[in-house]
Design a protein around this ligand. Sequence first.
Ligand code: 13P
Ligand code: SF4
Length: 360
Amino acid sequence: MTKSFSGQLAPIRLPIFDVPPQPQKIERSPEETAQLKGRIRQLLREQDAVLVAHYYTDGDLQDLAEETGGCVADSLEMARFGTEHPATTLVVAGVRFMGETSKILNNEKRVLMPDLAATCSLDEGCPIDLFSRFCDEHPDHTVVVYANTSAEVKARSHWVVTSGIALPIVQHLAERGEKILWAPDQHLGRYVQRMTGVEMLLWPGSCVVHEGFRAEALEEMKRQHPRAAVLVHPESPQGVVDLADVVGSTTALIQAVQDLSNPEFIVATEPGIFNKMKQVAPEKVFFVAPNVGEGATCESCARCAWMAMNSLEQVVEVLENGTNEILVSPELAAKARVPIQRMLDFARKMKEKEQGGKGR
Ligand code: 13P
Ligand code: SF4
């Protein structure tokens, strides 16, 4: 059940940034793909490296990460995995904040990324100077930032959260009587407010991919597929969230396709996630929710152009040449680690409580 709230969007003019065009899809034969994968396997072994991939990256990369003892996960689990795995090099396939988070938590490890230009509109829309000024104007607020931010913004915060853990953390802070400043995703922030009833001061950022999902066109699609359940990532606009059967992080949406008996799913998130959904529920059918424009007829517009920059070819290149290393100064990492570690400790305690509850 959602609760009502008035909400407060900060009157901030965000910087203008370029969204890159979709990278051209690399055409290669199954033999060429197998060869590339074989080369990466060898390089990972030789360099004591492990591959950590996000659910939105290319399917071959996701599969290879799992086949080689790495992981494919949401941003919370990607962060945790790197801290627990003994490899001395982490190859992070995703967007820049994911590589930075890994480096912050593992400053002694080498962190490589397939493409350093792979960023995120939430990160781009929350530059440290502007953000820091905003925080200074509200010194009585606890600063909670989404993981999709730079190391500098994280270092300026009290708590980092991902979509997988934002609700219980905000609830916890509100129970302690804290006023909350939330950045940068206004849609996720609004969703958290509605679910918890906790009012927050919201930074007006957004994800260019999820913001493109359209409620009206989704309603029409629902009519065409009456047996389908609607799964929505909470970076989507409120009208889209309101039509969802399940709202949650990428992990929660993958879990939903296993838990629900529906034969079809309409999914409002990046379609890279279908790789894992098809693995866990091969008998089910998946549709991307309509995205962008009046009639929302854009079929590939739900693709995150930054996530699409990750390829097998680039993983070979960075491992062969040691390029694209993520560097975060030890001083900055030490500051940014505090709010991330708070989140990880909170997640661990929550899990222990759940397991203790089940054991009783
Ligand atoms: P998750 O934390 O749910 O994986 O989401 C990350 C992201 O970038 C969603 O657009
Ligand atoms: Fe950022 Fe949106 Fe891409 Fe996720 S899908 S990485 S939030 S731009």
